[in-house]
Design a protein around this ligand. Structure first.
Ligand code: ADP
Length: 206
């Protein structure tokens, strides 16, 4: 992916391991990577999931497309190259949360399969869990919802490179979790994710 520019830099280990942090928190952090069309429900589900986890005393942190584009990624646009770099940076940030035992709830359209797979690889290399959540909603339904009025603008030609309109969306082939948001309620979506986390030992005592 991106070349290492600086030389003579080395990882410096601390004295508290990730396992010790996970033990302290009573949870095993992981990245939940929400991918799907604009308006498919990524942010809505992440917000509801964060709320449920919080009620159970479990810590998660949302990383969201627009929020990050206003900060760390403010120098990036929507060309294929910038989208790739956007996702790479978010992938690295997600890893820091996982290392700290927190659940990173990363909601990004992330339309390119290769970019998502690279983030998965970044996690695999470090032994971190990457849980791809496909937030699946037909374009017609997402466009009907149009919560931010973006499809309307894209159809009017006011926004270029809009995923689903004049830019592609490559659906995940093997997501860990597949949510059909045109057929499920938000509550059902959240409990599907919570059950997944419980069954696989990411959450203790809930
Ligand atoms: P995204 O983050 O994918 O761009 P948002 O979460 O911002 O999408 O918007 C999704 C819209 O769809 C919200 O207005 C939400 O209330 C609505 N919605 C309707 N049904 C669902 C569902 N089952 N799951 C998630 N969102 C839903």
């Amino acid at each position: 992916m991106t070349e290492q520019k600086a030389t003579n830099v080395h990882w410096h280990d601390g004295e508290i391991s990730r396992e010790a942090r996970c033990e302290l928190m009573g949870q095993k952090g992981a990245t939940l990577w929400f991918t799907g069309l604009s308006g498919s429900g990524k942010s809505t589900i992440a917000v509801a999931l964060e709320h449920t986890l919080h009620q159970h005393g479990k810590l998660s942190y949302r990383l969201d497309g627009d929020n990050n584009r206003l900060g760390i990624n403010k120098n990036l646009g929507f060309s294929a190259e910038d989208r790739t770099e956007n996702i790479r940076r978010i992938g690295e940030i997600s890893k820091l949360f996982v290392d700290s035992a927190v659940f990173a709830l990363s909601s990004f359209i992330s339309p390119y399969r290769e970019d998502r797979n690279k983030v998965r690889e970044l996690h695999d290399e470090s032994g971190y869990n990457f849980i791809e959540v496909y937030v699946d909603c037909p374009l017609a339904e997402a466009e009907k919802r149009d919560p931010k009025g973006l499809y309307k603008k894209a159809r009017a030609g006011e926004i270029k490179n809009f995923t689903g309109i004049d830019d592609p969306y490559e659906a995940p082939e093997n997501p860990e979790i597949h949510l059909r948001t045109d057929q499920m309620t938000v509550e059902e979506e959240v409990s599907t994710i919570i059950n997944y986390l419980k069954e696989r030992g990411f959450l203790k005592d809930i």
